[in-house]
Design a protein around this ligand. Structure first.
Ligand SMILES: C[S@@+](CC[C@H](N)C(=O)[O-])C[C@H]1O[C@@H](n2cnc3c(N)ncnc32)[C@H](O)[C@@H]1O
Length: 196
């Protein structure tokens, strides 16, 4: 965690972040789960306070929640009543373990130069025909926000190219206008992809 400004923010503001008003991205979750087998094994990356893991558990999936911040993971543990892994993206080392990997608004903090490696780790962690979902902020250039969090801000084409290079197939990226924790109008990329 040392030296990662985004993780530093979540580590220091976990309770405040967990208490914010937030809705599960239902439309994206429906798209993600409809291609998964019953009781599929799902890894959530950067789970924050655990709201999406909670929704996936309620849908009957076998969910492994994780976050790179120990303070954030303990907020999620309190909500979910189950262990939450402290797992930085760059240390992901599973091989063909999961049917699905859910990564809402978290891989956007991966330094742009490390995205190819993290996406390849995600592809490797998926079982054959596994599914992957992630969301990113786009527009402007990479850099930090007023809370000191870093954002990679890929373009749609950059993200598609990185996913294909990492071995994903059927890469589908939707561009949607919305909001964010910093109160700024934000353009989001919603990425759905699979492995063969
Ligand atoms: C914007 S929050 C999103 C939380 C949750 N997914 C949601 O949609 O509400 C980003 C999350 O990513 C986690 N995170 C940031 N950098 C990380 C890293 N390098 N490895 C794992 N998690 C990280 C943070 O601790 C935080 O919980």
């Amino acid at each position: 965690m040392t030296g990662d400004p985004s993780l530093h923010f979540y580590e220091g503001n976990a309770a405040l972040y967990a208490a914010r008003d937030r809705r599960v991205p239902e439309h994206q979750m429906t798209r993600f789960v409809e291609r998964l087998p019953v009781a599929a094994r799902i890894l959530e990356l950067g789970c924050g306070a655990g709201g999406d893991s909670e929704a996936l558990l309620q849908l009957g999936f076998d969910v492994t929640p994780s976050d790179g911040s120990a303070a954030m993971a303990s907020q999620a543990e309190r909500r979910l009543g189950r262990p939450v892994l402290v797992l930085p993206f760059q240390e992901l080392a599973y091989e063909a373990e999961f049917d699905g990997i859910w990564a809402n608004a978290c891989l956007l903090h991966v330094p742009k130069g490390n995205l190819a490696d993290v996406l390849a780790r995600i592809a490797k962690a998926l079982r054959p025909h596994g599914r992957f979902y992630a969301s990113f902020k786009t527009g402007g250039t990479q850099g930090t926000d007023r809370f000191g969090r870093y954002y990679n801000r890929p373009t749609r084409d950059e993200l598609a190219e990185l996913c294909e290079a990492a071995g994903f197939v059927g890469v589908d990226i939707e561009t949607v206008s919305g909001g964010a924790f910093d109160g700024e109008p934000t353009t989001w990329l919603y990425l759905h992809a699979g492995v063969a």
